[in-house]
Design a protein. Sequence first.
Length: 284
Amino acid sequence: MDEFIYRLSKEILSDLHLEKMLINISNEIKDYIGAERASLFVYDPEDNTLNSVVILADTGKPKTVQIPVTKESIAGFTAITGKILNIKDVHDFDELYSIDRELRYHSPWLYIPDVETSSMISVPIKKDGRLLGVFQAINKKGGFTEEDEKKLKKLSPLIAIAIDRALSLNQLEMVRSVEKTILDNVMEGVALVDLNLNVKEVNSSFLEMLGYRFSEDELKGRSLYDIIPNLKEYERKINFLIENDLSEEFPLEIMRVKVVPIKWECLHKKGIKYLAFLFSFPRG
């Protein structure tokens, strides 16, 4: 068990993509407990659904599956009650009825040709009391055991960390994508730098301003002073703006340069984290 947890932890740390992580972790745990298939559903509180990715048996391609969080699905029931469900036959109405009168079988596996579900184990995934998702595995020879329940219960905190991490990284990627879209639709040349004036991001107008002598990747990590040497004459002014959290505009040859401090309050740290340098040419 400990060796498997170690291997799964490495998998989690190496996976930065949500969809890939869902598939890989599901497959690892499926093999570990001897199930035919498995799926990891991520909870979306905005529309109260569970979402996962399954691999189609006939094409081998991924397909997104969405299940509403209601008692009319085993995954939804697991999410609502927070209980592990170990079901011998999902098609046995009497077995489902004995668990709850409203419980029904709403299967993501119906989307996968040549897969028939019989036994199923369904486990809630929570972190600090907050629902993050549901793990499900199907079709184990002889059915799932109490030992499988114990294993999955022990693994659930690790799965929760994986989901939480993947969602956070996914959110950061989305924010970065939005920021990049905004940057590329600004007329001014924009360079986002850290406090040492090393470039973090630039927009297409900044590349154009430099005559496309550098690619975006070539600029990242380089000092803005190296890229635009004339800025050096304003080094004391720029340091003053950083120290005092100020924004100011000044002339640089035929351009105007505006320095704007950027705070990231979401990081729960006060102070400037980045500076935006806006370069513009006189109009008219």
